[in-house]
Design a protein around this ligand. Structure first.
Ligand code: RIB
Ligand code: CA
Length: 313
């Protein structure tokens, strides 16, 4: 097995973030050096509570958790209670026994982890607020972080508006700022997420029940499946953050990607605000380039996600 990959996770810990973190903890290919919290799916205090509860559940209270921004760079928020429930975990309550957030803030926590692990992979599962602020405050991070792997954006239809995906819509200025740093970046978009949607039959075939972590997986996803049925009229499910984490754990899962210049729409009066445009296609100047993941292997993802059921906690 190749060397364990040191990763640092930034999350707005909702339902799919929790599953992505469970997947990382269940995978020997990656070593989680720290987790920073950012407002997004729910408020920052609930994000912190969810992450601490998850690490306590998985007996990994050794992993430091850091408090980040409670809103976007310009002080705004979006609400995702309909998708993730109040508190962010679809009504699931996880008790943080013996686990508290660090005194050090998210920006300093990321810098500490990057200095201790040069070449670190930064995995972002929420709005990019913390990351934009950290790169601005500590430019030396550009030489310490090996790669940023981002869940966000939509080249086709979005999930917050028909143009924009949630993480990018929550803080589009932060996305522009991160893109302009010209660091090695992969982006798993909403398009690639939807491309790997599971029907209820395919989801049930994962057969995740029968262990504590497997039962937690099912409890978390129940709310999201019901949301999908309520809003789209079909009992289907997709996994934006877990698929992003899977691309870090097993890069061979990526079956198609495109090196793309992206341009964010920032106009606060535009219905397209938060959209991530293919700059070349729109004949616009790019904010920066990224490897946009457009397709992943369903079989490889399925075999990875099943690991959660067998986590020995
Ligand atoms: O648009 C999906 C993304 O927004 C996921 O990361 C989800 O957790 C929310 O943060
Ligand atoms: Ca997320």
């Amino acid at each position: 097995m190749s060397e364990t990959k040191k990763i640092f996770i930034d999350t707005d810990c909702g339902i799919d973030d929790a599953v992505a973190i469970m997947l990382a903890l269940s995978s020997p290919e990656v070593d989680v050096t720290g987790i920073s919290c950012v407002a997004g799916n729910t408020d920052i205090d609930s994000v912190i509570k969810n992450v601490c509860g998850l690490l306590s559940f998985f007996c990994r209270t050794d992993i430091p958790v850091y408090r980040g921004f409670p809103h976007s760079l310009i002080g705004t928020k979006l609400n995702a209670d309909d998708v993730h429930g109040k508190g962010g975990l679809g009504g699931v309550e996880l008790e943080a026994i013996g686990k508290r957030v660090e005194k050090k803030n998210a920006l300093d926590g990321l810098l500490e982890a990057a200095k201790a692990n040069p070449g670190l992979t930064l995995v972002t599962l929420g709005p990019l607020t913390n990351i934009a602020a950290a790169l601005n405050l500590y430019p030396q991070l550009k030489g310490l972080i090996g790669e940023i792997v981002v869940m966000g954006g939509a080249i086709g239809p979005g999930n917050v508006t028909k143009y924009a995906e949630f993480n990018f819509a929550f803080d589009p200025e932060a996305v522009t700022s991160c893109l302009s740093c010209e660091m090695p970046m992969k982006i798993l978009t909403w398009d690639a997420t939807v491309e790997l949607t599971f029907t209820e039959k395919e989801y049930d075939a994962l057969d995740m029940g029968g262990s504590e972590p497997g039962d937690l997986f099912l409890d978390l996803q129940r709310f999201y499946m019901n949301y999908k049925e309520r809003t789209y009229g079909k009992r289907v499910i997709n996994f934006p953050d877990p698929l992003t984490m899977a691309c870090v754990i097993d890069p061979d899962i990526i079956t198609a990607s495109e090196n793309m210049g992206l341009r964010m729409v920032l106009d606060r009066n535009s219905e397209k605000r938060g959209a991530s445009l293919d700059a070349a296609a729109e004949n616009q100047k790019a904010d920066g380039k990224a490897q946009v993941i457009t397709e992943c292997s369903r079989d490889r993802f399925t075999s990875l996600i099943k690991r959660i059921k067998d986590y020995p906690c």
